[in-house]
Design a protein around this ligand. Structure first.
Ligand code: IMP
Length: 440
């Protein structure tokens, strides 16, 4: 039986990704035994600064930076083993040993080189309607999974002689060669590559759902780490300009094989403004110099691809929706310091679509593209103090505190954590917030 006041916490992005989950998970991780990832792949980029040193993790949960923490890559994640090994090697160079504390689900699907090639072809075919993916093969791997022809990690155990693996690879390579048309991939060399990968992967592979079940039954504390953001969710996001997995709360259960009661609380991470990489409507986007200013001061360039992020004002419609679909209990508000120089801060309270003002995002992407933001303009705190590096709530400028209160009212969730800089220590844990349970 799982204890319902268990202290297990889910942390997920409540915008379009890049909200700063890496820093918040890193902050919380020391009080958890396990940090588990449920979905996505190495399209994610979790940036963590410790003592001024930057580490970017793509696939491995951010908890790995803490020696006593076990990390799980669940069945809902799509795994590029080569990318995983590169990350393990990078951590080893920094003196972080993952041996015996990083586990990968035997049910997770693999990303193989043909997935990346197929993605390149399909993005090119879409032309101006391209999704603007991270080009990591994420979508095609999930397509193979749902199409029931994907290769799971457990399929590698049979080695080169496995009939099942051989026939899956043969069909996939034929499909890839047809789609790409020019250079030819050989299933034979892929089989060699996979048996080499398996050698290194095997010690990390296990039934992670059972590993988690055992841990939960023993009252070990688990932090469920989300990737991407709610508005990139395949069901609830701005479809089709989304990623291919459920980045909302349900994805935690299916992607790790745990029941909903295993999660005691949901912490939604939100940036104090809005960013997005890739294509698709972004109602509060600033396509002028104010967007450029936000991008430069917030260093808004993709952690995985280096692409400039599109920037805009805080969109309370999107975040309120994320609060609703995830049952978010509290928010962690990040990058408040980036707004230090703004004289005023428009906040989007509704989407004007023709004669109506919507308070939730429309289902049709064409309607969303037509929506114009309705703004409430709040005064900035430029000239009356700064948030950068502030570590006590009382030291925040009064207008920054008012901004937070208004975001809480508009989104329907209290801010439990406020981040005022990239370092672990540039953080305010609010006395009354749920985070005190984990961080005091
Ligand atoms: P994919 O996940 O590579 O298929 O890309 C689909 C969409 O999700 C694109 O707009 C990507 O830019 C976006 N995306 C995927 N992962 C992340 C992330 O970690 N942060 C922000 N955007 C992401």
């Amino acid at each position: 039986m799982v204890n319902r006041n268990s202290g297990h916490l889910a942390v997920l992005g409540a915008q379009w990704g890049d909200e700063g989950k890496g820093k918040i998970v890193d902050l919380l991780a020391p009080v958890f035994h396990i940090v588990a990832r449920a979905q996505g792949g190495h399209n994610a980029g979790h940036t963590v600064f410790v003592n001024g040193k930057e580490t970017i993790l793509h696939l491995i949960p951010s908890g790995i930076l803490h020696a006593g923490v076990t990390c799980v890559i669940g069945n809902g994640v799509v795994v590029d083993a080569t990318a995983l090994f590169a990350e393990i090697d990078q951590l080893a160079e920094q003196g972080i040993d993952t041996t015996g504390r990083l586990f990968v689900s035997d049910r997770a699907h693999l990303i193989l080189p043909y997935h990346r090639d197929i993605e390149a072809v399909s993005e090119a075919r879409l032309g101006r309607q391209a999704i603007g993916t991270t080009s990591r093969g994420i979508g095609p791997s999930y397509e193979d999974k749902v199409g029931r022809r994907g290769i799971r990690i457990a399929d590698l155990a049979g080695g080169r002689t496995s009939e099942r693996l051989s026939s899956l690879l043969d069909s996939a390579v034929v499909a890839r060669n047809l789609a790409v048309g020019t250079d030819v991939m050989s299933a034979e060399s892929l089989r060699d590559e996979l048996s080499e990968l398996w050698e290194r992967l095997a010690p990390m592979v296990t039934d992670t759902a059972t590993l988690l079940h055992t841990a939960l039954s023993a009252d070990k504390k688990v932090l469920f780490e989300g990737a991407q953001g709610s508005m990139l969710d395949i069901d609830h996001g701005t479809f089709p300009y989304v990623t291919s997995s459920n980045s909302t709360i349900g994805g935690m259960c299916t992607g790790l094989g745990v029941g909903p009661h295993a999660i005691e609380a949901v912490l939604g991470i939100v940036k104090a403004y809005t960013t997005r990489v890739g294509s698709g409507p972004l109602p509060t986007e600033l396509i002028d110099s104010s967007g450029d200013r936000l991008r430069e001061s917030g260093k808004e360039y993709g952690a995985s691809t280096g692409r400039p992020r599109r920037c805009g004002w805080f969109d309370a419609v999107a975040v309120r929706y994320a609060v609703q679909v995830n049952g978010i209990d509290a928010l962690a508000l990040t990058k408040l310091d980036i707004l230090d120089d703004q004289p005023e801060l428009p906040v989007c309270t509704g989407y004007r679509c023709g004669d109506t003002v919507l308070t939730t995002p429309p289902g049709s992407i064409e309607d969303l593209a037509r929506c114009r933001p309705e703004y409430e303009v709040l005064p900035g705190w430029a000239g009356s103090g700064r948030c950068a590096g502030v570590r006590r709530e009382a030291d925040l400028p009064a207008r920054a505190r008012a901004y937070i209160v208004r975001l809480e009212e508009l989104t329907g969730a209290p801010a439990a954590i406020i981040s005022t800089g990239p370092d672990r220590n540039d953080t305010i844990v609010r006395e009354s917030g749920i985070a005190t349970r984990w961080l005091r």
